[in-house]
Design a protein around this ligand. Structure first.
Ligand SMILES: Nc1ncnc2c1ncn2[C@@H]1O[C@H](COP(=O)(O)OP(=O)(O)OP(=O)(O)O)[C@@H](O)[C@H]1O
Length: 253
């Protein structure tokens, strides 16, 4: 049986009078890809940032890898990987130097090239962050989450704005990271992405969890309730045409 690596209980976050996260509870199992899904403003990023120790909660408990966030946030920081905001990428440093800088902050030494290899960015080792394409920026930002060899990584909309190849290649990368044993918590607005990637998803609406299950089970339940798509679905869609015409390889490395 899989063990929970994250336990969130009755989590509440208020911004003054506004309750953004309204007593939500869920568990993430070791080694799974867990999706937080829901409309804009539902409270996904707030929840993610509380787990990442980047935002204060109002009440409730968060236990990560058996450690209570209230009692020892520093030891949680050591075992999680967080995507840094692009503002943290000092403009005069190249990708290798940035990785060296970040690993220094963790007090560990990593080989930048080995890390860049994992995200197909070896060619860009001497490039500055601002010189990267959107997909390359996302891949670099995922690489930075891996610096401290974390047990869990948090990804907030990692494929937003990417072309179909870049999205699919990032799915492969995320699956590879998981297959090395890392637990992944991800937010996304793309339901095809959640269906392909996530073992389980939680739907959040107006600060509340309204359902947690596997994508398959959610879909089967909807079908069993009599739901039918209005239009007959073709065996391929326009995205399949795009991929077939333009190929699957990394485009911008
Ligand atoms: N620092 C803040 N101060 C006040 N309100 C905030 C703050 N941060 C977020 N909120 C509000 O909390 C609610 C939840 O925001 P959050 O960013 O967690 O949503 P989300 O589900 O990630 O949305 P999206 O899908 O648009 O990224 C929103 O109504 C937002 O306006």
């Amino acid at each position: 049986m899989a063990k929970p690596i994250i336990q969130v209980n009755n989590l509440v976050k208020k911004y003054n009078d506004f309750t953004a996260v309204n007593s939500i509870s869920f568990e993430v199992m070791q080694g799974e890809i867990f999706g937080l899904l829901g409309p804009n403003g539902a409270g996904k990023t707030t929840t993610l940032e509380i787990m990442e120790t980047l935002r204060e909660k109002t009440s409730g408990s968060v236990i990560i890898n058996g450690v209570d966030l209230d009692s020892d946030p520093d030891s949680i920081k050591h075992i999680i990987g967080v995507q840094l905001q692009s503002a943290g990428y000092y403009p005069n440093l190249n990708l290798s130097e940035l990785i060296e800088l970040f690993s220094g902050l963790y007090g560990i030494s990593v080989k930048p090239i080995e890390l860049l290899e994992k995200v197909a960015l070896v060619d860009k080792a001497k490039a500055k962050y601002k010189e990267l394409s959107g997909g390359q920026k996302q891949r670099f930002s995922i690489a930075t989450t891996l610096i401290n060899q974390p047990k869990i990584i948090f990804l907030d909309e990692p494929t937003t704005g990417l072309d179909p190849q870049a999205r699919r290649n990032l799915w492969d990368l995320i699956q590879e990271i998981r297959s090395s044993g890392t637990t992944i918590v991800i937010t996304t607005h793309y339901m095809d992405e959640a269906e392909v990637l996530c073992d389980r998803v939680a739907f959040i609406d107006a600060g509340k969890v309204i359902g947690i299950d596997t994508p398959d089970h959610f879909i089967d339940q909807l079908v069993a309730s009599g739901f039918e798509r209005k239009k007959e679905v073709k065996k391929a869609n326009l995205e399949d045409v795009f991929i077939t015409l333009t190929g699957k390889e990394w485009r911008e490395s």
